[in-house]
Design a protein around this ligand. Sequence first.
Ligand SMILES: Cc1ncc(C[n+]2csc(CCOP(=O)(O)OP(=O)(O)O)c2C)c(N)n1
Ligand code: SF4
Length: 295
Amino acid sequence: MTSVMTTPVRKVSDYKSDNKPTWCPGCGDFGVLSALYKAMVALNLEPKDVVVVSGIGCSGRLPEFVNAYGLHAVHGRALPVAMGIKLANPKLTVLAVGGDGDGFAIGGGHVPHAVRRNVDITYIVMDNEVYGLTKGQPSPTTPAGTSATKVSSTMTKMAPYQGVIESPLNMMAMVLTYGASFAARGFSGQANNMVDLMAQGIRHKGFSFIQAMSPCPTFYNTYDLWKERVQPLPANWDSNNRVNAIEMALTEEVFHQGLFYKEDRPTYDQLVGSVIDKARGETEIILDKLFDSYA
Ligand SMILES: Cc1ncc(C[n+]2csc(CCOP(=O)(O)OP(=O)(O)O)c2C)c(N)n1
Ligand code: SF4
């Protein structure tokens, strides 16, 4: 008798680990985690085939809450670790996660290279425009002028008198300019909209960047401000035009949600695989010749 194996359909609970999230009540990272669970359900991912890597920060705790392999790595180093895992075992689904500080301050030097190599990993940045874990210092995405009137007393110490005097960076415009093959933005206040973006990003063959706007109500509560600024991309949006995507990313008074840009091009892991195959072929020829010389 032949047994017919059907693909098991998983539930959100199958992707929850035994560790309960330790974030503050109302933290935007809950929405990001919930969207990730649902994206994993939609893709029916096998937990043993998934690795979630993070740097350090409140957002960096996320792998602890996912039933998959996980690694809470070093501050700013989620991307090189995730790329290494993917190259060592290309069959794995590899995600890197972290905050705006982790990814674009201490870890900022890794971003252009991960993007240009197009290694097949998904990078989810929980952007709360502040350093949450270390209690509210300005981050590379904190808007200029942000001061303690809106945020924590830590911000007063870090940015006295007139608030933050540095201009913020625009991570979406940066990754698009570096050549990202997939770039999307979501908002954890509307987490269900992020589910499909995450599923598409994970399915995409290449480096997928997802900016998840994820407020930190404890040190910089942007929920009300961002609810007003978030809008979907236009209904007829063409996600194959990089120049238009960059222009849209530069429209900073609105946070557009959706898939900014996507293109299919060879991934680093595919290309390096073919280099390895060729090197193996040559090694075999060299070894054959060597053995022949002793025949
Ligand atoms: C090498 C090193 N430098 C500094 C720190 C302190 N540190 C830990 S998390 C963090 C910033 C976290 O901010 P972000 O990445 O935005 O994450 P969030 O906590 O807001 O999620 C800093 C500066 C550290 N852990 N290691
Ligand atoms: S400090 Fe901010 S980012 Fe960290 S868990 Fe609390 S609300 Fe979230």
